[in-house]
Structure formats: structure tokens, C-alpha cells
Design a binder for this molecule. Sequence first.
Ligand code: BV8
Ligand code: ZN
Length: 255
Amino acid sequence: MTERLSLPGALVQRLRGAQRWTVLTGAGISAESGVPTFRGAGGLWEGVRPEELASPEGFRTDPERVWRWYRHRRDLMRRVEPNAGHRAIARLESHVAAFCLVTQNVDGLHARAGSRRILELHGNILRSHCFAQCGAETPEDETAVVPRCRCGAPLRPSVVWFGERLPQGVFEESCREMQDCDVCLVVGTSGIVYPAASLPQVASVAGAALIEVNPEPTPLSSLCTAALRGPAAKLLPALLSEIGMDKEPVLPPGV
Ligand code: BV8
Ligand code: ZN
């Protein structure tokens, strides 16, 4: 049974007519798939300083510990499935003329849910590359405690660590999408990590409607036109239902 939302009528009309959408997601969209978030209770960072595990310095200091943490998360991500929130975002993409999903997540669940236009700001946990950036494509020995590149340097997970630049051009492309959109959904992010957290501001300044989907308020809440306070797996399907985008899109004749 899809939950009824209490969005103002004028906003519902605006969303129904909007054809250029962006979505920014964080770890909260994967919470109902069973992937712990970073900063909540029981979160991945609990008891550790993120910089120890998700930074080049942390890796240099203790590569075995960092690989243990990332292997643990990889194993988890291989066991979980996309949830109704991921699927709702993929459904939305099929209904609108222009769409871009910008995710901070590295778990690959959006692609598995059917999303196509995805910008991964922080990389992807299932890939690895040479820590010395020698450029060699070395198949990763998943049984090694610290897998090695053929140049002898350790391999590292292909995610963006603290103090590291985001993948070339991805943030700039995300900014362009945010500048051009009519609506930006901000889903499951604490709005703490930059430069990702600066993207909703770009959309807001450009005049987009911002809808936050999160059980908790965040530093981004004050930018938002409306907030849906609850879990994404329930509220995103409800939102699509409210704006008439929950059914298979009717393709124009001859398509
Ligand atoms: C860079 C690695 C520069 C991958 C991650 C002071 C001010 C501004 C910036 C900085 C500063 N000091 C340092 C910085 C820079 C730093 C930063 O932002 N630090 C923060 C902590 C202040 N940023 C960087 O270092 C970035 N790089 O700036 O480079 C540069 C420039 C030029 C040349 C060289 C360098 C790199 C940032 C990327 C760091 N990597 N992870 C991995 O292991 O996953 S960050 C980590 O946090 C994850 O990637 C994650 O994606 C990201 C953000 O977390 P969230 O996704 O928001 O998750 P969180 O748990 O925090 O929140 C979950 C939310 O979901 C909550 O709000 C909760 O209420 C909600 N929720 C829960 N359940 C649900 C739900 N919502 C909906 N439904 C539910 N069911
Ligand atoms: Zn190498």
C-alpha cells in the first residue's frame, strides 16, 4: 500500500510538469537494502575516524586494515539487493525528458536497480587500481590480504578517499546537470561531505525545486522546497504515485 504524502497542491502540479530532474543520493538510500550508513547508529564509521580508513594516509599506515574494511563492505554489497527506493529512481528516469542521478555511494545498487544516467562521485568499491598510479591494469587477487599491482605497489579500492580529488570531470558534469534541472531530489545524505554537499545549492540557486527525502533534517534541509521525513524505500514510491509517474510510461506510437 503506497503511503499518501501531504505535499502542497501547487508543488504537486509543479513536479507533475517538470521534465528535467536530478537526484543526489547518499548512503541512506541503501539503508533499507541492509547496507549500514556511515554516520548513523551502527554506522560504518562507528568507533573509527573516517580518515583512518578512507584516506591515502590511512592506507599507507595500515593497508591490511583498510583492505579488510573494504572487503567486508564488498562482501556485504554482493549479498544485498536494490530496494524500492533505488527502483523508484530508475522508474522516474523512464518518465522524464532529462534525468541525471548523482550518487556518493560506491555500492553499485543504482545500476543494478536499472538506473542508466549515473555519475559516481566517489567511485565504485568493486573496482581497484594501482596505489602508485602506474596505469597498469592488474587483475585483483581477491584472496591476497593486500593485492599487488604488477609493478609491485599495492592495489587500492577505486573509491575517492578524503583529501583526494573526485574523478576527472564528474563533479563538473554534476554541476552542469544541477544548473539545468527543474527538480532535484536529495535522498539519504547527511550533507556533510564536500564537494558533493554543495550540489543541491547549485540547483537551488538555478531555481530548481528541491525535495529532501530523509528521516532526519540535515544542513541541506534549509535549501529545500519540501522535505519528506521518512525512509526512501517508502517515500520515493509514494512521491512517484502522487505525481503520476509510478506506472510504466506510455511510449509514443511507433516507438
Ligand atoms: C576533496 C570513500 C579536495 C568511499 C568518502 C571542511 C569543509 C569542507 C570540506 C572539507 C573540510 N575538511 C575537509 C574537507 C574535505 C572533505 C570533506 O568534505 N570532509 C567532511 C567530513 C567535512 N572532502 C574530501 O576530502 C573530498 N575531496 O575535497 O578533495 C582536493 C581538491 C583538489 C586536489 C586534491 C584534493 C573527498 C570526499 C569523498 C570522501 N570519501 N568515502 C567510501 O568508502 O564509501 S566519504 C563518505 O561519506 C561516503 O563516500 C559517503 O558517500 C559520504 C557521505 O556520507 P552520506 O552518503 O551522506 O552518508 P551518511 O551516513 O553521512 O548519512 C546518511 C543519511 O541517510 C543520514 O542523513 C540519515 O538520516 C539518512 N538515512 C538513513 N536511513 C535512511 C536515510 N535516508 C533515507 N532513507 C533511509 N531509509
Ligand atoms: Zn602499478
